[in-house]
Design a protein around this ligand. Sequence first.
Ligand SMILES: [Fe+2]
Ligand SMILES: [Fe+2]
Length: 141
Amino acid sequence: MKGKTAMKQTEQKTLLKSQQGELDAVLMYNALADAVKDKKDSETFRRLASEEGRHAAVFKALTGETLKPKKTLATFLPILYKLLGKKRLYPIIAKFEYSAVDTYAPVAESYPEVQSVKNDEKRHGDTVLSLLDQHKDTASS
Ligand SMILES: [Fe+2]
Ligand SMILES: [Fe+2]
């Protein structure tokens, strides 16, 4: 019994951490949408922000907790965009998205509703990277 409770607590911790990450990502993508030069990138980040909002709602339904988004990423990512440029920043963002896929894989085994969240993160990684491809395509065509 005790072991089961401890496991539940660990699960709840993981879910809360995920919920927090999703909330922070909403602010981060909206801040990026405001900061980036390309209109297409801006629209894409705006869309990703709303999808992270849906993810946050999935975790909120599981934890039953209301959390406040933290502004740290939303503050630093636009600065990094200016410092690094999209060619260097977007692969870093994609890496975050792909690492979320690995984080959510075991969670999705216990909570099937997390499966679609996990799939979205893979797509998010691909989408962010594709913003760099398009650049190449436009330049070469
Ligand atoms: Fe997400
Ligand atoms: Fe994402």
